[in-house]
Design a protein around this ligand. Sequence first.
Ligand code: GDP
Ligand code: IMO
Ligand code: MG
Length: 428
Amino acid sequence: MPVTVLVGGQWGDEGKGKLVDTLVPGVKAVVRYQGGPNAGHTVYHGDQKLVLHQVPTGILHSGVLCAIAPGVLLDPWELMEEIATLGAAGCDTSNLVVSPSCHIIMPWHRLLDAAGEDREGTVAIGTTRRGIGPCAMHKAERRGVRLGDILDEQRLGSLLDSLLPRINEQLRVLRCDTIDRDGLLEKCRLASDALRPFVGDTQLPLWKLHCAGERVLMEGAQGTLLDIDWGTYPFVTSTSPVAGGACTGGGIPPTAVDQVVGIFKAYVTRVGNGPFPTEFPAGGFADEFRKLAGEFGATTGRPRRCGWFDEVAARYAARLNGFTGVVITKLDILDGMDEIKICSAYEINGTVYHEMPEDLRLLEEEVKPVYETVPGWPGRTAGVTAFTELPPEAQDYVRGLEARMGVPVEYVSTGPRREELLPVPRVR
Ligand code: GDP
Ligand code: IMO
Ligand code: MG
């Protein structure tokens, strides 16, 4: 099985949805391998803008297997809504398969997530409040509930009997509403009835595609710097967006992966708290840029923090994921700027770091980004149909990022639509 893994190279929202949608015509399956309803992948279906949270982006194309693999933390009630929204938009969801091994984000997980964020004296992560952290915690503790459990009411009943006393005790201490067993059983019955037709094996069909030599696309959610092990912990998500996560969460063997594509914005954004070395200082420019770029969260609507391209973090992502190619999105947002900055190193406590420090918590100290300034371009990149017709400074900017990351840029994106994607010729 030739497998392409598509990974966000920054802190999420790099335009993964658009890229997957564009690459789908060459693949037989699209797989979500981690994350959950915290993700928001924006795509256009005709003139309709859709934001996909849990369903793989391949769903917009008929005949493509769309798998939600065991590494995804699943909110079944949100999934039901998403399926209904897709149906109303005229999308055929019959090729969706959800693994019974997906851990369920139960109502208590959302309550615990919110309580953890709001609790005085603790550091708020700025989560999406979708229950991701507590669900991952119970999964690791082996006290989780999986999709297969809610399909079997008896099994679910005894699981709830063993879990709920402790959960409710905890919720009471946190002054949250407690969970009513019968009400929850009813809620689960609804989800079970609605989702049963979609539940199935996600591994064997992928293996069969492997044997037939068909290409599979693994759709990452979040981004490398939000990875639980490799990101700016504790300001991270609770799953593994890095390319390796596609194997553990998606059930594909590492030997099958032959392409790892990194998606980067031409600048950087971050939602939620945590270090962000190249963030624009608060004020007029930051606000104007955010507005112009439309940088508001696809899942929560929160304003995204914006900043200059960070070469140090990009090289770190390239190393960790083994990118074979890179895509630069939202180049059009930089149109008309007099000059553009690129961060080539960090100065922290008097030491200059050209590569990511081994302890990323150093980034929480005062980081002075070392910037190189390059010329902007007067014309528009939006609407241009070939890379070589872009303003020369825009081509140089992209080539500069390529050289800094040491990975070929395969495409640049100059707008949110499928067709606004330019192949970049290889430099020999
Ligand atoms: P994802 O989570 O990585 O799929 O990204 P999001 O959908 O959260 O955010 C990316 C946003 O940028 C969406 O609103 C896309 O429609 C938009 N977008 C993607 N590529 C481009 C581009 O090249 N130019 C512009 N202007 N918008 C883009
Ligand atoms: P996509 O797939 C951007 C961020 C949250 C918060 C941190 C932890 O659209 O790129 P969580 O709810 O996961 O416990 O929150 O991770 N975060 C994202 N930021 N894009 C995402 O997904 C994100 N998913 C989670 O803002 O800082
Ligand atoms: Mg997003």
